[in-house]
Design a protein around this ligand. Structure first.
Ligand code: HAM
Length: 423
């Protein structure tokens, strides 16, 4: 009979061998975020569907084809969160954070869900580290977000990050630019790919996202948002560029960077890495979203943040830097299973001292158990045979030097500690 169930498509098991990478990523995230004054928040893994429809935008790929949406028993439409910014803005108002000193700086680590066609670096369930600074429109916060993300990659020793930067304007300058873009494309509609024709109607800025060869020539000559920013947007963009230059963070201006979520205004950015290739080369991205709160029905409230894909980053990290799960300090075993509880007690004493101690149960042969200890990388073995048990002693064996001593029970802790510090 085949096994009852398989791992669902587009998901991953994060196995013990993967965990050191995940711990490095989340540890660096927590440490860095807190050093910048960001505090942790976690929101539910599902929300009312309408939250994402209104925040991310009906015409986006995420909302139109990638959401895991279901009905609860009361026939309400719920969606597994495809991203974190909309839920966090909702939580900010739900918890009354708009009444606290602004900006409110938040960070988060958790799973997200998008029903994209699974491929390398693209999953149905994936995890993000993200930050949001809500309640202040200063471009310094854009700089802060970009620098924090940059330093996170640096803290993990991931080089080769390519930072792309653009401004997509705001409600003042974007509508006029959008019409200018439509005017430019209108005489050439017949030449465009089907997807680009849809984008022309629904969201012309996303015409820049097209990878279709037939769209490239028109795209290159299209008018650019950065050349049509209103004065306040242009000033804010200049402040962001100056801030990054002052922090010596290298970036590339990319007027084609529009991002796949509708809530952005002004600054947008992406961290890319060449090793992932293709459409999955974005390790993270973010930007400012000064219109998002209002789109959700709250008071107009500015915000800026990013999210980094941890599953993709783990792939890069694994290629660059081997990390191993922690090996046990001590492998404890009884030669005769009837002495097991005594060994279990000794192991407990060692754990009290903060050591990692694995008790190996059962009646296997001593040499088989020692081979297991070596395979798991234990530095010391603690052995109790009938003779030791009788005398209230134990054998402490240095697994590397292959030497051992028999010591009284009260000497076990100092002897083991000494053997561990000797290596
Ligand atoms: P996003 O660009 O949609 O932005 O996602 C951020 C990152 O999540 C991507 O760069 C990628 O690394 C990872 N990611 C997205 N989809 C998948 C997938 N199917 N499989 C694996 N990894 C994936 C946002 O989510 C915004 N909420 C970011 C933000 C925060 N903007 C402002 N604040």
């Amino acid at each position: 009979m085949p096994p009852i169930a398989q791992r669902p498509r587009g998901t991953q098991d994060l196995l013990p061998a993967d965990q050191p990478y995940w711990e490095a990523m989340s540890g660096t995230a927590k440490d860095l975020a807190e050093r910048f004054g960001y505090l942790r928040i976690e929101t539910p893994t599902f929300e009312a569907t309408d939250l994402f429809v209104r925040a991310v935008g009906e015409a986006t790929d995420i909302v139109s084809k990638e959401m895991f949406t279901f009905k609860d028993r009361g026939d309400r439409s719920l969606t597994l969160r495809p991203e974190g910014t909309a839920p966090i803005v909702r939580a900010y108002f739900d918890a009354g954070m708009q009444l606290e000193p602004q900006p409110v700086r938040l960070y988060y680590l958790g799973p997200y869900f998008r029903s994209e066609r699974p491929q390398r670096g693209r999953f149905h369930e994936f995890r993000q580290f993200g930050i949001e600074a809500i309640g202040d429109a200063s471009p310094l916060l854009d700089v802060e977000a970009i620098v924090l993300g940059w330093k996170w990659f640096g803290g993990l020793d991931i080089g080769g990050i390519h930072l792309l930067l653009n401004s997509i304007g705001d409600d003042v300058c974007r509508p006029a630019y959008r019409e200018r873009l439509r005017d430019y494309y209108r005489p050439h509609l017949a030449k465009l790919s089907a997807e680009s024709r849809t984008r022309f109607e629904k969201n012309p800025l996303r015409l820049f996202d097209s990878k279709e060869p037939q769209d490239q020539e028109l795209k290159q000559k299209a008018p650019r948002m950065v050349d049509h920013l209103c004065q306040p947007c242009a000033q804010a963009f200049q402040a962001v560029k100056d801030g990054l230059a002052a922090e010596a963070i290298p970036f590339t201006l990319n007027p084609e960077l529009v991002r796949g979520l509708d809530y952005y205004t002004r600054t947008v950015f992406e961290y890319q890495h060449e090793s992932l290739g293709g459409a999955q080369n974005a390790l993270g991205g973010g930007g400012r979203y000064d219109g998002l709160a209002a789109a959700l029905g709250y008071r107009v409230t500015p915000g800026v943040g990013f999210a980094i894909g941890l599953d993709r980053t783990a792939m890069v990290l694994k290629e660059r830097k081997p990390l191993a799960p922690p090996a046990p300090d001590v492998w404890a075993l009884a030669v005769d299973p009837k002495d097991e509880l005594y060994v279990f007690h000794l192991a407990g004493t060692l754990r009290e001292r903060g050591l990692r101690v694995v008790v190996d149960p059962g009646a296997a042969r001593l040499d088989a158990k020692l081979r297991k200890a070596a395979k798991r990388g234990a530095r010391v073995a603690l052995l109790v045979g009938p003779e030791e048990r009788e005398k209230g002693e134990a054998v402490v064996r240095d697994m590397r030097l292959k030497t051992q001593v028999s010591v009284a029970e009260r000497e076990v802790v100092p002897t083991v500690t000494q053997a561990l510090s000797a290596g």
